[in-house]
Design a protein around this ligand. Structure first.
Ligand code: ATP
Ligand code: MG
Length: 649
């Protein structure tokens, strides 16, 4: 039975989208105040919309709903108890195939109350920072919501990061408490979490002095005990069971809307990660609104975002958006290839998943494993398929749509950033027409414009720097501890506008195609071409599983184009296949498109969130092999060695 969501979704057809987009442009405060009041249970509803604009951020961060008061964990838990106490809030799909657990809203609420009391006993006060360094377990969600409940600022550090990367974030955030796990599990392998915390603190007297408590949840071992690879530090380490021992109800105190909610570091695709600060009322309004509208959420849905809570996708679309909407959200601890490439599809069949949200990197990896894997499972529950993180090449989009979605599901390619807090440019599922590979249109309240690098506003079909003209509630307020970096990164080059750093093409229908980072734009025989377009062209060739393209200084042409390709099993780079690749690219882009170098590599260097780090590939193509820049967020250092070898060869 399908009963309506409360309140109902609003973007149910194109004319509603158009009407709302115009309303939000003409009266943004009116539009967002209505959304905020409809979606959020405020203690004191706001009467003020946005304060500040893109000219004034240098003097003071933007503020939204400043006179409103709320508790974000109340929004995600308490408010649902009358209607949803027995409904599953979280489905935990453990790394071990076949192992899963359901947590109801009542159970999650009780655990968060207990953990909130525990944090208060540890002396955590509103405004204090807490690092969460855990795997994908229900306790990680409990930790996030408990921080929100007591007004503390969490900073989730992806569990795959090293002790060094963790230490940087501990020091940068000034956290006094770390919540971790004994060990994580991913793809059948242990992930050393507690050991990394110990190493991070042991390696820095400043960090050791700053952190007064380390809470340890037992994923694999026994509560409160040392494990084979880590010690138990008396007086500092606290077993999770001790944190949550007091299960009396916990009153969710209301905080002002601009109360900081979390700090989150970016993926580091383009340089040193930035710690972006998000606040409460605007963020939760935007996360709840975009989650229900973009994916077309319905009552009773099982919603599965298979990202990690260590990234913004996990914050907005595993935890805050879905729980604010009273949805059932799935937590996936494993990887798409463990124990075999059928893992996602078995997940969909087992839990009857209606909405699946993943990344192009996973889609391409699964596509390379062939159509037989999805064919083995019953995927008829699926209705909406989402993608995020990088431009999706049309080949992968079609596979997702045709083979996974059986041609009946909406594919929503969602463009957004850690900075934006939620989806900004994306189709509305089953509403917006979707050309394969386009992020399509802005959501209401989002006003994208394209500019030339010199700042000239481009009209009609065009390609240029993607900027957003109008503030929206979900956007980051500052870079933690470095407002000057925030201003110079996003507001300097195109004054009065938020500059995303991405390039974008707008076609004659008004659809948006993200072409990659503007720093990566290539000069192909005098034409400016985004990396995404060339890479999409290369993957049209069946021999190419994945491709990344960069420019490098060329003695005659000024800039040469170098393509790194991951080949399908059995394929090679013979003269004949090279000619085939050149022809494919020429056919897709035009007669001027020519690759100057093509290098076969076993894999591409990626961030731990699965994005290609083109800056490394550029350095290798330039021959600058000594200084590859910040490698702290690199997923697999072995790949870099292979890339360097290919570059030398
Ligand atoms: P850093 O800012 O440290 O370089 P990052 O930009 O990779 O890291 P995120 O905030 O996780 O960190 O990623 C946002 C970026 O990902 C966007 O700016 C864009 O380049 C890319 N991106 C996200 N979704 C899409 C999409 N649907 N289509 C195209 N690009 C996307
Ligand atoms: Mg970025």
């Amino acid at each position: 039975m399908e009963s309506p969501l409360t309140p109902a979704r609003t973007l149910t057809d194109l004319s509603a989208w158009r009407a709302q987009w115009l309303a939000a442009r003409d009266d943004p405060d009116g539009y967002w105040l209505e959304r905020a009041r409809a979606l959020i249970s405020w203690r004191t509803p706001p009467t003020r919309g946005c304060e500040g604009d893109f000219w004034s951020v240098e003097e003071a961060p933007l503020r939204w709903f400043a006179d409103g008061r709320l508790n974000v964990s109340y929004q995600c838990l308490d408010r649902h108890l009358p209607a949803r106490a027995a409904q599953t809030a979280l489905i935990w799909e453990a790394d071990e195939p076949g192992r899963h657990r359901h947590v109801t809203y009542a159970e999650l609420h009780a655990q968060v109350c207990a953990a909130a009391r525990g944090l208060e006993r540890l002396g955590v006060e509103p405004g204090d920072r807490v690092i969460i360094y855990m795997g994908m377990t229900p306790e990680a969600v409990v930790a996030m919501l408990a921080c929100a409940r007591v007004g503390a600022v969490h900073s989730v550090v992806f569990g795959g990061f090293s002790a060094d990367a963790l230490r940087d974030r501990v020091l940068d955030s000034g956290a006094a408490v770390i919540i971790t796990q004994d060990e994580g599990r991913r793809g059948g392998r242990p992930v050393p979490l507690k050991a990394a915390v110990d190493a991070a603190l042991a390696g820095s007297p400043a960090a050791a002095a700053q952190v007064r408590a380390v809470v340890v949840s037992a994923r694999v071992g026994d509560e409160g005990r040392a494990g084979p690879a880590w010690a138990w530090v008396e007086g500092r380490d606290v077993p999770w069971a001790a944190l949550v021992r007091d299960d009396a109800p916990h009153e969710a105190r209301a905080f002002e809307a601009e109360r900081p909610l979390f700090i989150l570091y970016t993926s580091g695709s383009t340089g040193k990660p930035k710690g972006l600060l998000h606040t409460s009322g605007g963020y939760i309004t935007y996360a709840a609104h975009t989650h229900r509208e973009v994916f077309g959420l319905r009552e009773g849905d099982v919603y599965a975002c298979v990202a990690d809570v260590g990234w913004v996708t996990g914050h907005s679309y595993i935890v805050y958006g879905p729980l604010a909407n009273g949805a059932t959200t799935l937590l996936f601890e494993s990887t798409p290839l463990y124990p075999d490439p059928g893992r996602y599809w078995r997940l969909v069949e087992t839990h009857r998943v209606n909405i699946l949200y993943t990344a192009p990197t996973a889609i391409r990896a699964l596509m390379a494993e062939g159509d037989s894997w999805p064919a083995r499972y019953d995927l008829r529950s699926l209705r909406t398929l989402g993608t995020v993180g990088e431009p999706i090449n049309p080949e992968a989009w079609r596979w997702y749509h045709d083979v996974v979605g059986g041609g009946r599901c909406a594919v929503v390619d969602t463009w957004w950033q850690t900075e934006t807090g939620g989806v900004c440019i994306a189709p509305i599922a089953h509403v917006t027409p979707t050309p394969p590979g386009a992020a399509t249109r802005p959501l209401p309240g989002i006003a994208p414009v394209l500019l030339s690098p010199e700042g000239r506003l481009l009209h009609g079909p065009a390609e240029g720097h993607l900027c957003l003209e109008q503030p929206w509630p979900g956007q980051a307020r500052t870079v933690w501890g470095d407002h000057a970096r925030f201003v110079s990164t996003y507001f300097r080059q195109h004054p009065g506008r938020y500059f995303t750093g991405d390039g974008c093409r707008r076609d004659a229908r008004g659809d948006h195609w993200v072409t990659g980072r503007v720093d990566d734009v290539l000069n192909v025989a005098g034409h400016r071409v985004g990396t995404a377009e060339l890479e999409a062209a290369l993957t049209l060739d069946r021999r190419v599983v994945e491709a990344a393209v960069v420019g490098y200084p060329h003695p005659l042409k000024g800039q040469g184009v170098c393509a790194y390709v991951v080949l399908a099993a059995g394929a090679d780079l013979s003269a004949e296949s090279l000619a085939g690749l050149q022809a494919t690219v020429r056919g897709a882009i035009g007669a001027h498109a020519k690759l100057d170098r093509v290098l076969a590599v076993p894999g591409l260097p990626k961030t731990r969130s699965g994005k290609v780090m083109r800056r490394i590939l550029r350095k290798v193509a330039e021959g600058a092999l000594e200084d590859l820049g910040d490698l702290s967020t690199l997923a697999d250092p072995g790949v870099v060695e292979a890339v360097v070898a290919a570059g030398r060869g």
